[in-house]
Design a protein around this ligand. Structure first.
Ligand code: ATP
Ligand code: MG
Length: 293
């Protein structure tokens, strides 16, 4: 069995990290807002490219997908990732304290916040919690919010976004090394724009960046990955795959399906050319229908 296919965009991730630090042509010191259509690889890029690059730079990464659980308020999801990361960092401290016989409650009082109350009346604010996390980890923090536009669908979510803005300013102003970087993605550019456009919006002044679709490099890497899967030495040409990829709006899943169909129904590689030739419109139509909803 082959390894699952993942095409990496390390240089792109590095350039975004430079932008977050204010060292790139693109300036994302007030936040990096990336927009791209559905199913084009935003989450995969964050997970496979951005997070590893950030860890390599010594940043503490926090990732949350606001679509991961539609039954929960986006604010809750954001708070949960902050809380869980704080708890992880507390773990070793608490263990050490217990081993020398210190009272757990005291230690909690001195070192930690009441984690269950973050963002609630009487508890620490989200912004406080992030500052504490920064102090505790001793690293620059980066919060990656996938499908960030969804935060604006509730009042608490909108408040959380303002809290993140406040934390960003608190942890960045007047410091040589920024304490908090923000990365937000959205599959709806217009909605993502609602975070940055007006004075009344949380990240007023920042801009939305078009996240590039997967390029020819993806197609070539995929063609290479496919090769050893055919015992008979057949292969798909990168040109053919490129045409198919364009037809399906540069969506990897759809490309895989088209390739799979070509193999199953037509018996292999050259047949894909024929399939595309004859069925270009149909392929496109189907791709559109599946993703229109
Ligand atoms: N770099 C890549 N290499 C290989 N496959 C990829 C790559 N990027 C995305 N894919 C595949 O494409 C599909 C969609 O990817 P992903 O979930 O990252 O997209 P998305 O833009 O976040 O989608 P959504 O709009 O649903 O959140 C997945 O099946 C994923 O495995
Ligand atoms: Mg996604």
């Amino acid at each position: 069995m082959a390894e699952p296919f993942t095409y990496r965009r390390t240089a792109l991730a590095a350039s975004y990290c430079d932008a977050l630090e204010g060292r790139g042509i693109l300036d994302a010191t007030s936040g990096l807002f990336l927009a791209a259509p559905r199913r084009t690889g935003k989450s995969t890029f964050l997970r496979e490219d951005m997070v590893p690059e950030m860890r390599a730079r010594g940043w503490q990464t926090l990732y949350v997908d606001l679509w991961s659980d539609r039954s929960r308020d986006p604010a809750e999801l954001i708070i949960a990732v902050v809380r869980d990361t704080l708890a992880q960092l507390d773990g070793p401290v608490l263990k050490a304290a217990k081993s020398v016989g210190l009272d757990k409650l005291n230690v909690l009082g001195a070192l930690s916040l009441d984690l269950s109350k973050i963002g609630q009346p009487g508890g620490a604010t989200l912004s406080d919690a992030l500052e504490r996390l920064h102090t505790k980890s001793g690293k620059p923090l980066v919060l990656l919010v996938d499908e960030a536009q969804h935060a604006l669908s509730t009042e608490a979510g909108t408040r959380a976004m303002f809290a993140l803005k406040a934390a960003r300013d608190r942890l960045n102003q007047g410091r040589a090394i920024r304490g908090l970087h923000l990365v937000m993605t959205g599959s709806n550019r217009d909605k993502l724009t609602h975070l940055v456009l007006r004075r009344s919006e949380p990240f007023y002044g920042a801009g939305v960046t078009r996240f590039p679709l997967l390029d020819r490099g993806f197609v070539e890497a995929y063609a290479e990955w496919l090769k050893p899967q055919f015992a008979d030495g057949k292969s798909f040409s990168a040109d053919t795959l490129e045409r198919a990829f364009t037809l399906v709006g540069r969506r990897p899943e759809m490309l895989k399906r088209v390739v799979g169909e070509a193999v199953a129904d037509w018996g292999g590689a050259q047949a894909l050319d024929a399939l595309i030739e004859r069925n270009a419109q149909e392929i496109q139509h189907r791709a559109w229908q599946e993703f229109a909803s």
